[in-house]
Design a protein around this ligand. Structure first.
Ligand code: ADE
Length: 226
């Protein structure tokens, strides 16, 4: 899968996507990432990419021209493709959307900054979908883009060594993950639950299922609502 990320800070994208599990997914060809600097496409002699809002108010708004030109520089997209614009006013991103997006050949992400984009960008690039990663506001769209890239990449065959660990994770079956323990079996008097040392796989599976349910009931009861 190809990720094309249009941003004013390509170095933020490059640093993250060159490290750890995502870095390995890039090296092994599971994904490719191109970070496109929107500023490089500004027709303004000072490479300006923003201006003050019509109607007044604080903050700056990203102008249409550099974003549209940066998008056009991508050429024909590898279909099926999706074009996402990161904004706190977008549709909420979640596990189901990550699964949906993992079927794409290419995902383009437009990272907003300041007060976001001139709204006409949605008419100029009609396939844009506005997406939010949660009900809070960040200073820019790079972290949301990287959150989405990371969670989509984990779902792709070959990205994570054991896909069974992805399937056991939170949200895969609609519930939160159960607690995990490793060696030593006792640390500072704190013991690992006996059942995990019992070797009884059926009992372990039953315990984990119950723990998942209890944790979901406590931390995210909304996930259990019909
Ligand atoms: N940009 C700023 N805050 C954001 C959020 N919560 N989700 C997506 N993009 C954003």
């Amino acid at each position: 899968m190809k990720f094309s990320i249009l941003t004013l800070f390509p170095e933020l994208i490059e640093t993250y996507t060159n490290a750890s599990i995502i870095g390995r997914a890039v090296k092994s060809g599971v994904i490719s990432v191109e970070a496109v600097n929107i500023r490089d496409f500004s027709a303004d002699s000072h490479h300006k990419v923003d201006d003050s809002p019509f109607g007044g108010g604080s903050g700056m708004v990203m102008t249409c021209q550099p974003v549209e030109s940066a998008f056009e520089s991508l050429g024909a997209l590898k279909e099926p493709a999706r074009v996402l614009l990161t904004t706190p006013t977008g549709r909420r991103f979640d596990h189901a959307m990550a699964v949906e997006l993992s079927q794409c050949q290419q995902i383009v992400m437009l990272c907003g900054h300041y007060e976001g984009f001139d709204d006409r960008i949605k008419t100029l690039i009609p396939r844009i979908e506005e997406v939010s990663i949660g009900d809070y506001v960040l200073t820019g769209g790079e972290l949301p883009a990287l959150c989405m890239l990371d969670s989509i990449t984990r779902l792709l065959p070959g990205a994570v060594q054991k896909f069974s660990s992805v399937e056991a994770d939170s949200f895969y079956d609609g519930m939160l993950d159960y607690p995990h323990y490793t060696r030593p079996a006792e640390y500072k008097g704190l013991k690992v639950p006996d059942v995990l040392l019992s070797g009884n796989h059926a009992a372990i599976a039953q315990w984990r299922k119950q723990q998942s349910l209890d944790k979901t009931r406590t931390n995210r009861p909304d996930l259990l609502e019909p």
